[in-house]
Design a protein around this ligand. Sequence first.
Ligand code: RIB
Length: 330
Amino acid sequence: MNRPSIKEVAKKAGVSISTVSRVLNNSAPVSEELRKKVEAAVKELGYYPSNIAKSLRKGKTKTIGFILPDITNPFFADIVRGAEDFLRKKGYTLILCNSDQNGEQEIQLLETLISKHIDGLLFTGTGSFNLLLEEKIRKGLKVVFLDRIIQGINSSYVIVDNKKGMELLLDFLIKSGHKSFIFINGNKETFSAKIRYEVFVEKMEKAKLEYKHYFTNFSYEAGYNFAKKIRKLPHAIVCGNDLIAYGVIDAIEEKGYRVPDDVSVTGFDDILFSKHFKPPLTTIRQPKYKMGMKAAELLIKIIEENKFLNRGIILEPELIIRKSTKELKK
Ligand code: RIB
């Protein structure tokens, strides 16, 4: 459908283009008669002004890009909601993109967002080093990493204290008598999986406990398929996120075992369904909405002050104890 131009509106109304512009922008007085003619022509032609020219003149489009790795994971929904609520209040529009945990797709999305002249970018990376992103940040693209830092790229970030979250969870499991563990973790290239792995191994070695660790990916299927193959159950199966834990619980119970009677299972994130799961999931709550809001707030500060900031905001995790874990006799 051809979009009517301001020239066609002027012709239809029998006035000059500058009169149409004055009426549309209320930029100078226009007689009631001419105003009515212009408004009638705008309505008849279905004209609406293009923001592109105005934005490019101002050097701002009031749009923010957000690239995240898995749109199907409810963890990110809460984060996006927190970011968008803040951005809307500041008059910005969010353009949301899903990289599907795929490095190539992530680069293509970044190129597309840059071609749309975004004012800034919220970024939860797949974890693969993104040379284009590093170059764009060096050339002035305003970016805040959300939930996942990219090693080797300097930028502001908002994350949860993953180390503290894992320590809270493992201290709870050890104190409640668990002595053997399997950790079914998320994608090994991601910041969050890496740091949780490091804390887990350090804690297991220090407490001289029996443990195994496996990187998979942050999905229900990964948890389900891995748990199906487990021959000997440990006291506890620690999962990289809640989706993995859901898959583990379903697989374990399909094999005729019960959670937590035969094995305790824990998650990470505390997404919406975890308190309703069967059994309700013991997990680490991430302050998802606040993470999104704080990241958007920091990005707008960087944009409006037009300066590079290398500021880190680390938010508090919370241990949420439910019925997927049990006290073991000492
Ligand atoms: O659920 C997705 C996981 O990856 C979360 O734990 C979050 O930290 C992200 O990095």
